[in-house]
Design a protein around this ligand. Sequence first.
Ligand code: ZN
Length: 211
Amino acid sequence: MSFQTSPPKLDPAQLMACPQCDALHQAEHLPDGQRARCVRCGTILISPRERSFLHVIAFSFTGMILMIGAIFFPFLEISTRGLHHESSIFGVAMAFSEGWLAPLAFAVLSMIVALPVFRFAALIYTLWPLANGKPAWPHAATMFRLAEESQPWAMAEIFIIGTAVALVKLAGLAKVSLGPAFWAFCVLIIVIALKDSFVSKWTIWDAIERK
Ligand SMILES: [Zn+2]
């Protein structure tokens, strides 16, 4: 049995924990087109630079366009006993914008609309120059940090699950049909998931640092 007398010299800045399972790895700059996966769980840790940045930018633009449709198009139509009503998310928020429900309308709009849009915009702002091989724009680090920190508060996905549960209850009382905005939201969730799968934090921070 042998003991190591001196600890191996590791640069803490080069250590990288897997976001899924916390396994520690030593980060390295990879040649173009190669990606690094976690040895324990297979999560992508480092992705090829320019191409993954372009994917994230493309998905962010797609998400923004879908969000516009999701807010302003009819979300659902309810008809019962000859009465017919359709509503968009924006219309509902405006209906609650006066009186004591106003803070609720504000919270809903900011968590399901404003924060996801801000995250898309922050990612585009951070990655646009990097994807074009230029140095990061000023405050890119702040923008990317804010985008990462606001992730738990962006709740477009949770909103759609909540709506689905409410619709099941409502379906017994009236005829409910889903509008284009509902489907826009569903596609938006897929786009957000795809975008997140291309975001390699280490790669982005590394690119921001290398001005
Ligand atoms: Zn892992």
